[in-house]
Design a binder for this molecule. Structure first.
Ligand SMILES: Nc1ncnc2c1ncn2[C@@H]1O[C@H](COP(=O)(O)OP(=O)(O)O)[C@@H](O)[C@H]1O
Ligand SMILES: [Mg+2]
Length: 424
């Protein structure tokens, strides 16, 4: 498949060189069985890569299973991945095949592979080296033929130095290394995404005209190194679409919303030569084409809003919120639902596709500009934090109960508590 077709098929907005290179590498290696490691910060779009690889491989009619290693409790991860024998531990009432067995002939996507416990890493290395694995509670090796694609936002060399990741496993996983660039290194893409989100928001709120960037606004955005990720950009464009409707977006407005940084030399003006980058109308066409395809983004936000505000204003009870990181399910947002690829859930409730926490420090920008009304709806990290606090309070800091209610693992809850400094 051509790069262009890949972008259309998988709703990928952007034409940054580094992004193109990542996508081209994925297409090139798809037909081999080499292990691939995708590295990049949170929210840069890593999850589309394994889909591209699988769908363009000879394994495409076999299973594709995506697992979020960070959300499976340490106690059960070996059994989930490698299966277990009946009676191998308390509660193991039936045998279990495990993902390595289930994905035989297909592709296994190990997301957040940097979160794997050391013991599991040893087992994983073994499968990669020998094609054999052993179920928990068994001593018979089983054969499996699985292609591994892994992703991480962890600095693995650092994790190796700190003794949290096996070096031999790292080498084994990254036979092919794909680096996903952050948005701050993708100037033009920031503009494309801005326009796409502006259109999405307009159609969602029945605003007749999407907000438009002035010429200077567009140049400023292109020259500014947006420090957040794609989700965060989406949030700000939404806010702006509502609060600035009908207004041309100038550098000053961008500045007000924290989209471009501080005073003085706050951005480099980049004069773009559109002739070398494809014509403007091509750009608009790409966006409007993608617009129809990415309509699912709207659904996510709608669902979120419903959870936050309830039907009648603010709700005080915790109502199974959409956690920003949660199930070991990676929804088939991308790709072809007819291709016969299977998704496996680890049993937690599948929720919306906003699955990664917002780590970046751009929250302050966002916080600065929210004006009471829109406040809660638009900062996903804040929403997540709020639900966690509510759940903890409701269950008097009983973490197990709170985690149950939030439908996340205790381990994830523990991490969130650390992340948000809720440890009281
Ligand atoms: N190039 C892109 N064009 C449009 N949407 C994108 C692009 N890259 C990522 N997204 C969207 O951004 C969000 C984050 O992507 P995701 O693959 O989950 O990031 P990661 O796994 O790297 O944290 C998703 O909702 C995805 O659909
Ligand atoms: Mg991810």
């Amino acid at each position: 498949m051509e790069l262009k077709d890949i972008k259309v098929r998988y709703n990928i907005v952007g034409r940054d060189e580094k992004l193109n290179r990542a996508l081209e590498t994925a297409i090139k290696v798809a037909r081999t069985d080499l292990s691939v490691l995708i590295q990049g910060e949170s929210g840069v779009g890593k999850e589309v890569i394994p889909r591209i690889i699988h769908d363009n491989s000879l394994r495409k009619n076999k299973r594709y299973i995506a697992i979020n290693c960070g959300s499976i409790p340490e106690g059960t991860i070996d059994s989930e991945l490698f299966g277990h024998e009946k009676g191998s531990y308390t509660g193991a009432i039936a045998e279990r095949e495990g993902y390595f067995g289930a994905a035989d002939g297909g592709t296994l996507f190990l997301d957040e592979v940097g979160e794997l416990p050391m013991t599991t890493q040893a087992r994983l290395l073994r499968v990669l080296e020998t094609g054999e694995y052993i179920r928990v509670g068994s001593d018979t090796p089983r054969k499996t033929n699985v292609r591994i694609v892994a992703a991480t936002n962890v600095d693995i060399p650092k994790a190796i130095r700190e003794g949290r990741f096996r070096q031999d496993l790292y080498y084994r996983l990254c036979t092919i290394n794909i680096q996903m660039p952050p948005l701050r290194e993708r100037g033009i893409d920031c503009v494309l995404l801005f326009k796409m989100f502006a259109m999405l928001t307009a159609s969602k709120y029945h605003i007749p005209e999407p907000i438009r960037l002035s010429v200077e606004g567009e140049q400023a955005l292109m020259g500014y190194k947006w420090p957040g990720n794609i989700r965060e950009l989406k949030n700000v464009v939404e806010q702006m679409s509502i609060l600035e409707r009908g207004v041309q977006i100038t550098p000053d407005i961008l500045y007000k919303y924290g989209i471009i940084a501080g005073k003085g030399a706050r951005y480099d003006v980049v004069v773009t030569d559109h002739s070398s980058e494809g014509s403007r109308s091509d750009m608009e066409k790409q966006i409007s084409f993608l617009l129809s395809a990415v309509i699912n983004l709207r659904k996510e936000v709608d669902e979120l809003k419903l959870y936050i505000h309830g039907e009648h204003g603010h709700s005080t009870t915790v109502v199974s919120p959409p956690m920003l990181e949660g199930p070991a399910v990676i929804h088939n947002t991308y790709g072809d639902k007819e291709s016969g690829t299977g998704m496996i859930s680890t049993g937690t409730t599948p929720v919306i596709h906003v699955t990664t926490p917002l780590h970046s420090n751009t929250h302050q920008h966002i916080d600065d500009i929210v004006e009471v009304e829109e406040e809660e709806s638009l900062n996903l990290a804040e929403i997540e934090k709020k639900y966690i606090i509510k759940a903890l309070e409701k269950h008097r800091h009983n973490r197990k109960k709170a985690a149950d209610e939030l439908k996340i693992s205790e381990r994830t809850l523990y991490r969130k508590i650390q992340e948000y400094n809720l440890d009281i």
